[in-house]
Design a binder for this molecule. Structure first.
Ligand code: SAM
Ligand code: SF4
Ligand code: F3S
Length: 450
């Protein structure tokens, strides 16, 4: 039997898909590379913006004939759209066999088995499973699989859900409240990954720096970082995402003391206007944010700062938007992921009258992205002719501007580097090599091993 899993959205969904893949392997499925070749199709969906949901619906529409032409094929919708829409999805897509949210993943084998049995009885009993587990019952799964051997980098989930109430965001309602994974399990998983040859680990959660806070007896995020640094041999440690309201001086100090911590901080700011930040319920100001950046650069001058930004939030004026542009220049973000505000059902912001037209939102996005590209280019230009350390991840599959590149890796600051080297190339995957930068693009660098 073959299973095809399509993943949309964030790294959490990637991790969930890995977990589903592992569970399906245990009940006899192997991977299919195309949906038409599969007995089971699973879509792991994202509902962060309306566009992401439309993409899922249009893909589902295209899969419909595949399912209708083969009544034995099972199709399921998992992830955040499933959690958000629940049984409503069956009205629109009556051919769905399974609809389940992120907390039900562990029950996937039972659910598939039950669908199969109902098929044998020539009945259709679609399953909808969108209950949240209680905090105490939620179980984190160790995702290490045999195919992790030889991998250069891996993600380790340290937390699920989110207890913040950013007014634009659907995540708390589709992922449930925050649960921190026991620190002993996290350290153990990092050690196991190291023993399989993994060189770089990224700790994953919606707001990793609030890790442990609400769990009596658990250590804080800063203590977790220090534990991993002291008790494992991981070469590079990263984390994502963080919330500015939870970045204390103790986290900044980690960048002074912990060599293992990469010179990169992804710190979503969302807006440069205090008025908009307050309406977004972000609970920090532009000044607090700039203060954190100043302190980080004070202890790690080469640190790269990346961010997320939303334009066209209801009530955002031209002046508010100018403040966002000003902040982008002032911080000098190495990379910015920017989005047009999308109204999400059930969120606090959905109740605010949206007085920014879509055309205006899109114009602002274009201006912001052009500025961010310019800033990123100038940050990368500063690396030209310098020698940087690059952890080589894989073979490169394309040549850039007639320069044939052979390997692809990242700097500690998370910049992508295409490496071209001479004919005496040796196997470099998993090695950290010194590379002289010969070309700077806004979103990547090109260089030669020195
Ligand atoms: N937990 C992370 C945080 O607090 O920064 C990010 C979570 S979300 C998966 C990633 C980004 O999507 C957010 O930082 C935000 O910029 C963007 N986003 C979330 N909701 C959005 C919405 N309703 N419209 C547009 N962008 C949104
Ligand atoms: Fe959404 Fe805010 Fe939680 Fe991030 S911190 S997941 S933006 S509610
Ligand atoms: Fe999307 Fe859910 Fe992630 S809404 S961004 S898949 S947590």
């Amino acid at each position: 039997m073959k299973a095809f899993i399509k993943t949309y959205g964030c790294q959490m969904n990637e991790q969930d898909s890995l977990q589903m893949k592992g569970l399906l392997t245990r009940i006899g499925y192997v991977g299919a590379s195309e949906p038409f070749d599969a007995d089971l199709i699973l879509m792991v969906t994202c509902s962060i913006r309306e566009k992401a949901v439309h993409k899922v619906y249009s893909d589902l529409g295209r899969l419909r004939p595949l399912v209708e032409n083969n009544p034995n094929r099972i199709i399921g919708l998992a992830g955040c759209v499933a959690q958000q829409e629940k049984e409503n999805l069956l009205k629109r897509f009556p051919f769905l066999d399974l609809v389940f949210g992120p907390d039900a993943i562990g029950r996937l084998p039972e659910m598939v088995d039950s669908v199969r049995r109902s098929r044998e009885e020539k009945k259709r009993r679609p399953i909808v499973e969108t209950r949240f587990s209680s905090r105490k019952d939620f179980e984190f799964v160790n995702l290490i699989a045999q195919d992790d051997e030889g991998k250069v980098k891996a993600y380790v989930t340290i937390q699920k859900g989110c207890d913040n109430i950013c007014s634009f965001c659907i995540v708390p309602s589709v992922r449930g409240s925050e649960v921190s994974r026991p620190s002993d399990d996290i350290v153990k998983e990092v050690r196991e990954l190291v023993s399989l040859g993994v060189k770089e680990v990224t700790l994953l959660g919606q707001n990793v720096n609030s890790y442990g806070k609400k769990f009596p007896g658990e250590i804080s995020f800063v203590r977790l970082l220090r534990r991993i640094a002291a008790e494992t041999d991981i070469q590079r440690l990263r984390f994502t995402s963080s919330h500015p309201q939870d970045v204390g001086d103790d986290l900044v100090e980690c960048y002074a003391d912990l060599k293992v911590l990469c010179s990169h901080f992804h710190l979503p700011v969302q807006s440069g206007s205090n008025k908009v930040l307050a309406a977004m319920r972000r609970y920090y100001t532009r000044e607090n944010y700039l203060d954190i950046i100043r302190k980080l650069k004070g202890v790690r001058p080469d640190i790269a700062i990346t961010t997320d930004l939303i334009v066209g939030f209801p009530g955002e004026t031209e002046e508010d938007f100018r403040q966002t542009l000003g902040l982008v220049r002032e911080v000098g973000f190495d990379l910015g992921y920017s989005f047009v505000y999308s109204q999400r059902p059930g969120t606090k912001a959905a109740r605010i009258k949206d007085d920014v037209t879509l055309a205006e939102k899109e114009t602002r996005l274009g201006i912001l992205q052009a500025l961010q590209t310019e800033v990123a280019q100038s940050k990368n230009n500063a690396l030209l002719h310098k020698v940087v350390e690059v952890l080589v991840e894989k073979e490169d599959d394309f040549g850039q501007n007639l320069i044939t590149t052979r390997w692809l890796g990242r700097t500690s600051s998370n910049k992508i580097v295409h490496i071209s080297i001479g004919p005496a190339a040796r196997e470099l995957i998993g090695e950290t090599v010194a590379v002289r930068i010969t070309k700077a693009n806004p979103y990547s660098l090109v260089g030669e091993v020195v």
